[in-house]
Write a protein that binds this ligand. Structure first.
Ligand SMILES: Cc1ncc(COP(=O)(O)O)c(C=O)c1O
Length: 359
């Protein structure tokens, strides 16, 4: 493909950072992971960050530490990546799926409210595509009902809600550094963050075999640690994040200008800074448009064509539920190439090919 959907940035600094760790022969539990945790916590504005082996395992640790397991219910959107819910399900928790807001594609607060039962323990807000969920009413609802609020920030590094970073609002939040993400560690990686020192401490203990010190295991823990090589790469990527977010927003503005007359372009709420992990339009004859673009060397993505509540793995375990907005939009969504290295000419070319299809 001439135009990839995403692009990972690699330069000499990143290569050297990885090489230095290889030469050091210190591959786990070393200075890189600790420094990445501190720098990421500073960037987001939280007290504690724990580096993990993926975004999925960051969520796993959060669900475990908050007790979202053993029959507890938690409310989550279905229009998300399946890993938003699977870690808690492995521990015996039950997802209750809520519909989404049609403009932001994030959880519908009223539907979440309707779905609370005496067994509900948490609400999960997913900042999908990089657009923040409407956190204020969710936080009020969670506080009013005595529930935890968990943020899935896998797609939203540096996204802002009323000027404050996502990941600072909930009881805990998870980030992913999978290679396609806004910043990556060049492999699988994640970060669990929280402002609650007790929860942070427990997450940290759990991610390293349930121990505080080498020979005593206080909890049934995991090996969910991040490797030193990946942490070193993540630290360099983090330095570029603000610059890349600005560029992503410029690319999105240009797409919007060029495409708003032919397709439904993504909206950004006045209270948000979008992280634009993906740029998702809604399009008539989506699959034919996708084919048209592919033939012209333009990669596109579907985030996500089958909602979680309709996935075979889930329908076996969770009773059916109707989610009208989620079920409607999945046939219309299409993500166009989005990364900070797209030039104006690239965006122009891609937009022209979209318009050509509808002419
Ligand atoms: C919304 C969401 N949640 C969770 C995850 C899981 O992250 P990872 O792939 O790093 O395990 C991802 C990323 O793939 C995601 O997009």
């Amino acid at each position: 493909m001439k135009y990839n959907l995403v692009e990972m940035y690699v330069d000499d600094e990143i290569i050297n950072a990885a090489v230095e760790v290889i030469k050091s022969k210190r591959y786990i539990k070393g200075p890189q992971a600790r420094a990445f945790e501190e720098e990421f916590a500073n960037y987001i504005g939280v007290k504690k960050a724990v580096s993990t082996s993926s975004g999925t395992t960051a969520l796993w640790l959060i669900y475990d530490a908050l007790g979202i397991k053993n029959g507890a219910e938690f409310i989550a959107p279905s229009h998300t990546f399946i890993a938003t819910v699977t870690p808690a399900m492995h521990m015996g928790a039950k997802p209750i799926f809520a519909d989404i807001d049609e403009e932001t594609y994030t959880i519908d607060v009223d539907d979440a409210k309707r779905k609370i039962t005496p067994k509900t323990k948490a609400i999960v807000a997913v900042h999908l595509y990089g657009h923040p969920a409407d956190i204020k009413p969710l936080k009020e609802l969670a506080e009013d009902k005595g529930l935890y609020l968990i943020e899935d920030c896998a797609q939203a590094h540096g996204a802002l809600y009323y000027g404050k970073k996502v990941g600072t609002f909930g009881d805990a939040a998870a980030f992913s550094f999978f290679p396609s993400k806004v910043i990556t560690v060049g492999g699988d990686g994640g970060m669990a963050v929280t402002n609650n020192e007790e929860i942070g401490e427990l997450i940290s203990i759990l991610h390293d075999q349930g121990r505080r010190e080498k020979y005593t295991h206080e909890y049934l823990g995991y090996n969910f640690r991040m490797s030193e090589i990946l942490a070193a790469i993540g630290r360099v990527q983090l330095q570029h994040l603000e610059e890349w977010l600005n560029r992503r927003n410029e690319v999105a503005r240009l797409y919007n200008e060029l495409l708003e007359d032919v397709v439904l372009v993504p909206k950004t709420k006045e209270w948000a800074r979008h992280a634009y992990y993906v740029y998702t339009i809604r399009a008539r004859e989506r699959d034919k448009l996708r084919e048209h673009l592919k033939e012209r060397g333009i990669a596109t993505g579907l985030y996500y064509p089958i909602p979680v509540h309709l996935q075979p793995a889930i329908t076996k375990l969770v009773p059916p539920v109707k989610l009208p907005v989620t079920e409607k939009i999945v046939d219309e969504i299409l993500s166009l190439p989005m990364h900070p290295f797209l030039s104006e000419e690239d965006v122009q070319f891609i937009a022209d090919k979209v318009k050509e299809f509808y002419r």
